[in-house]
Design a protein around this ligand. Structure first.
Ligand code: SAH
Length: 398
């Protein structure tokens, strides 16, 4: 066993840890230089050497590691991992029972008590995301727990811990029987093709499940839906199944086209009746304006940062402009599904961005509905940043 390292907490942060703040923040620690091997267990102590919390060292963009317990006597061993994972699984019983949804998150990092680790379930397969080398050092324990849980087809993993928290391209297979991908998962009765062995992204973002369901059931019928930053077209599929007159999907990535065709096809939708366009969204806005195209529903789900040849887009700076571009091609009474997964600002600020866009165009709107993370993406109420997803559905009022 490597020995535990004591980390001295800056006085400003002691209150945070007394209030069960889970992140070991860079600024919170006086002696980060004492840390060397990731995965080392650390004790956070105050200036009088009183125990505050126990955690592990694992460098992430967010910080130096995560608190695992505020209880000095609690051991960080297989029993610890088992109890956290079992508790998390118990909270997802309604998902296990739902025959129409076969893909969901069973463990959500600090929201389930272990920061830096997520586990998704895809119809018999587990996908583990390791967000630091530190948490990766506990791999054996986590796998042991999954093994004890019994039946699964295979375990895959994504190592997201190069210097920038980026995905490390690797084989991704851990154990079990290698899958034949795509596997077709179900979500509220819709089908989605998923690849666990093909890079950082698997084909669907599970955290948007409730939004896809809303688009399908409430917003799509008879409408022309524009899906921007469409990736594999998951929102377009939902809209189409909800009776959209037509969908238009726009993404810059070349492979988004074949991926979107595949998602339509596994749902029995004729993709040739849909528009799937490989183009920079910002160019598409110009094109659509020039051609006087109008849409009833526009989905905006940009990455937090996007860099293309001509544009740099950051949600925290440019969201109002995205709204303005959208308003130029939005039908009367049109709907905007405005989404962001940027953790650096909250719902209040996001609504300000939306408001700014409408105000600049002198257009009135009303907020119809709001979404945050779905129930399987448990959040730690002492860590707001973990509640990253913000979706606001607004309607233009004429
Ligand atoms: N909305 C999608 C997820 C979007 S992921 C879903 O729910 O499944 C972000 C996508 O934005 C990626 O597929 C990426 O290729 C695309 N993207 C990034 N910058 C872009 C740009 N300037 N124009 C069009 N697409 C862009």
């Amino acid at each position: 066993m490597t020995k535990t390292i004591e980390l001295n907490v800056n006085p400003d942060f002691i209150g945070h840890y007394k209030n069960k703040y889970p992140l070991i923040n860079k600024d919170a620690i006086k002696n980060p230089g004492d840390l060397s091997a990731e995965g080392t267990l650390v004790h956070l102590i105050d200036q009088n050497s009183n125990f505050l919390a126990k955690g592990y060292y694992g460098k992430q963009n967010k910080g130096l590691g995560w608190v695992l317990t505020f209880n000095e006597g609690e051991k960080i061993d297989t029993v610890f991992f088992k109890s956290k994972i079992l508790t998390a699984i118990n909270k997802r019983q309604s998902f296990y029972k739902d025959k129409n949804t076969t893909a969901f998150r069973i463990f959500n990092g600090e929201g389930d008590g272990i920061g830096g680790l997520t586990i998704d379930y895809f119809e018999g397969y587990y996908l583990i995301n390791w967000y630091s080398e530190g948490i990766y050092s506990f791999k054996e324990k986590v796998i042991q727990v999954l093994d004890e849980l019994g039946d699964y087809k295979a375990i895959y993993e994504k190592k997201r811990f190069d210097t920038k928290g980026q995905y490390i391209d690797d084989d991704d297979f851990v154990k079990g029987e290698r899958g034949e991908f795509p596997i077709i998962i179900k979500e509220n009765g819709m089908s989605y093709a998923v690849y666990l062995n093909d890079g950082a992204m698997v084909g669907i973002f599970l955290d948007q499940r409730d939004v896809r369901q809303a688009i399908r059931n409430q917003y799509a019928k008879g409408k022309h839906v524009l899906n921007t930053f469409s990736y594999t077209g998951a929102f377009s599929v939902a809209a189409s199944l909800g009776g959209a007159a037509k969908t238009t999907s726009v993404d810059l990535a070349k492979r988004s086209k074949s991926k979107t065709i595949e998602q339509f096809s596994v749902n029995g939708i004729d993709f040739e009746q849909q528009d799937i366009i490989v183009m920079d969204v910002f160019d598409y806005f110009k094109y659509a304006k020039r051609k006087e195209l109008k849409f009833d529903v526009v989905v905006l789900d940009p990455p937090s940062f996007a860099r293309s040849k001509k544009h740099t887009f950051s949600t925290s700076k440019n969201y109002p402009e995205l709204i303005k571009d959208t308003l130029a091609i939005l039908e009367k009474d049109g709907i905007i599904v405005a989404s962001t997964n940027n953790a650096s600002f909250g719902m209040k600020k996001f609504k300000k961005f939306i408001d700014q866009g409408f105000k600049d165009m002198k257009v009135k709107y009303r907020i119809v509905e709001e979404f945050s993370l779905p129930a399987d993406f448990q959040v730690d109420r002492n860590f707001n940043q973990g509640n990253y997803l913000k979706v606001v559905i607004v309607q233009k009022v004429n």
